[in-house]
Design a protein around this ligand. Structure first.
Ligand SMILES: *Cc1c(COP(=O)(O)O)cnc(C)c1O
Length: 366
């Protein structure tokens, strides 16, 4: 990439806002409760190395990724004091890489426990691990009954640092599953007293102190995702996404725009073509929905979203504004990832993790 040429699209990531969000999450809990950071999927698309280092500097010491490969990559850029947990644990054969890199697997099954214990015995040293117990998600983790009846010898040679479980619908305060899961998790802690525990994802942090235990485990809210349905979003927006005008032109009433002419002009219309498409994660479900902003003025998206472009109705904009290269906001503080997710009929997690590799990434407030 030639750094001096005008980038087709720029993704601005505010590390200061991410640090503020991490502190705000930590302030929800009592002193003595630590706030971790979930940076799986490249920190939800925003850059695990950049986010990880910024939050380490802020005092964060525990980080969660999903895959061993993510942890190995992060290990090379993070200080050794940072604990890196792998939510999926290690697949057969990958245990030794975890041990060598000082990466901590979350053990989710008897099989994973056995393989980790076997490696500890072979290496002749204690190996750190977390244990995940299923309290309702039915996705990963040991069945609660198995965890309750498990003999301590099953964990011989394992330095058990953390007990975790994951909430099913924490964003919905009224769901009785929240309290049911908390209750089940509580019985587990009685079986394993003295081991630090972690239950709350972003939304769980806002369910109250009962859900906090020793370690908060937020991901999405760090990046500006609204944690609780139907409530004001307390998180700061982190992203600004700008595309560029490639060309604009007039079409007559009755003419169609884009694939299958999914939009048809009712009057003479000035069409502006902007350099972002569904290959960049600007989802095709936004076709004929949603809007871009030009200097704060909303311009409706018209026709289908293409792979590399979107078209907007720019008729209302001043004619001299539409010079090639002019910037259009696709995500900004007002029209944020939560608003975009609603327009695209998905959630803000999918918006974040779909942001493609073609943007020029620009980190501010490092
Ligand atoms: C992704 C994930 C989190 C973070 O969830 P958010 O809703 O993004 O805060 C926490 N714990 C587990 C097990 C996860 O998979």
């Amino acid at each position: 990439v030639n750094p001096s040429c005008l980038p087709a699209a720029t993704l601005q990531i505010d590390l200061g806002a991410i640090r503020d969000n991490w502190r705000l999450l930590g302030r929800q809990a009592s002193p003595g409760v630590h706030c971790a950071a979930v940076v799986k999927a490249d920190a939800y698309g925003l850059g695990a190395a950049e986010v990880g280092r910024a939050l380490f500097a802020e005092g964060c010491r525990s980080f969660f990724v999903a895959l061993v490969d993510e942890a190995l990559a992060l290990r090379t850029v993070m200080p050794i004091q940072a604990r890196l947990f792998v939510l999926h644990g290690a697949l057969p054969g990958a245990e030794i890489e975890c041990a060598n890199a000082n990466v901590i697997p979350v053990l989710n099954s008897h099989d994973q426990i056995t393989r980790w214990r076997t490696l500890a015995s072979r290496l002749g040293r204690r190996l750190p691990a977390a244990l995940q117990v299923d309290t309702g998600m039915a996705r990963l983790g040991l069945a609660l009954s198995d965890a309750l009846s498990m003999d301590a010898s099953a964990l011989e040679g394992i330095d058990l640092q953390l007990l975790i479980s994951h909430l099913v619908s924490a964003e919905d305060r009224s769901d009785p599953l929240n309290a049911a899961q908390r209750e089940r998790f509580g019985t587990l802690l009685q079986r394993w007293p003295g081991i630090p525990a972690s239950l709350a994802n972003s939304s769980g942090v806002f369910l109250g102190a009962d859900y906090h235990f020793k370690l908060l485990r937020p991901g999405a809210a760090l990046y500006g995702v609204a944690p609780t349905l139907g409530e004001r979003n307390p998180m700061r927006p982190v992203l600004r996404l700008q595309g560029r005008l490639i060309q604009s032109h007039w079409i007559a009433a009755g003419e169609g725009v884009g694939y299958n002419h999914a939009w048809r002009a009712e009057r003479a219309t000035r069409v502006a073509t902007v350099s972002v498409g569904y290959a960049d994660g600007f989802m095709r479900s936004l076709s004929n929905r949603g809007s871009l902003h030009f200097n704060g003025t909303a311009v409706p998206l018209i026709g289908r979203v293409s792979m590399d472009t979107v078209t907007v109705d720019a008729t209302a904009l001043p004619a001299d504004a539409l010079a090639p290269g002019a910037a259009f906001d696709l995500i900004d503080e007002v029209h944020d990832i939560n608003a975009l997710a609603a327009e695209a009929s998905t959630n803000a997690y999918e918006i974040l993790t779909s942001l493609g590799p073609r943007y020029r990434r620009h980190y501010i407030n490092p």
